[in-house]
Design a protein around this ligand. Sequence first.
Ligand SMILES: *Cc1c(COP(=O)(O)O)cnc(C)c1O
Length: 388
Amino acid sequence: MDATNNEVAVRDVPLLDLKRLDPELEAELQDAFTRVLKSGYFILGPEVEALEEACASYCGAEHAIGVSSGTDALLVALMALGIGAGDEVICPSFTFFATAGCISRTGARPVFVDVLETSFNCDPEDIERKITSRTKAIIPVHLYGRCADMDPILELAGRHGIHVIEDAAQAIGAEYNGRRAGSMGELGCFSFFPTKNLGACGDGGLVTCNDAELAEKIRVLRVHGGSPKYHHGVIGGNFRLDALQAALIRPRLRRLDASSLRRAENAAAYTSLLEAAGLASGPNPPLRLPEASPSRHIYNQYTLRCEDGATREALREFLAANTVASEIYYPIPLHLQGCFSSLGGEKGDLPISEKLAGEVLSIPIFGELEEEEVRYVADRVEAFFKES
Ligand SMILES: *Cc1c(COP(=O)(O)O)cnc(C)c1O
């Protein structure tokens, strides 16, 4: 199909369109809504328990605790491990803000490490360099739906007696050497924010773990530390998940593998189209494509890299003018964020994170994209480089 035909067929390619609901799913969501409305049971309860059971089994973890958001999953995980003032927690600089924001909120100090260009994830060698006697935990992030290199991280953590909390907010169902995201560290944190592969119709999150005692601690922290009710041995928060969100997530969980597979197919199509266009080969290619992952990648994002920030901005504008949405995840590495300036981070400290922040551009990848939309997006990316 040539560009002209594509332009006629495709009007507007959003980054994500949550209104594209298959009718069967829509009917199940309507049923779930009605069921919860009629039950009169709106917070925690049997709907949340059913979701927890299904997610534990899906993630290959023994326990799962539904919480109010991915952010709260991280916060309550850190609280359950007793992390606070005087402690250091290592996390990548190239991630969503919540990863580090939660560390600071416990009173601990985020210690930022660089990432690898090939995977966008934590560089285990940089982690090793930044471990001190105050390091209590490492939070590897499985960015864009691809697992971090967990074996060396787990080995380091074991050797130094440090906790590992997986930030799997973008990675439900992703795998690393046959193990699922959220089943490898002591705790796994997930988000049901609507843009994630498994989204709610609002906020929601989940913590997974394999330790019954830790799971119980999180359940108690989830309700202000009350156990039994109105007896507070510890200070928790309101980290409860709504029954309605739990009920609305389950029909999507049943379709998650199919939907993540469609994302991977879209990714494979982009890769083959952009490679065939000659944009990603040679010594100095104008475009770098996400590297194939050795294990199951769930493509929460498909992220291109341009040569520099100016090219990325021009590509972004060109795509917008051609009705293709794109987004920069994330434009500023966390060690350079204003709120962390007191930690002393400076430009040049984490060169790969800084470089990626200037180069990355994510293009539409969601499961409901039509094949012709994928071809159109690839065609417009090609047109940008051939015409400019
Ligand atoms: C989305 C996300 C979070 C936070 O999840 P919310 O549900 O939005 O609070 C944390 N970490 C990463 C890497 C995320 O992508």
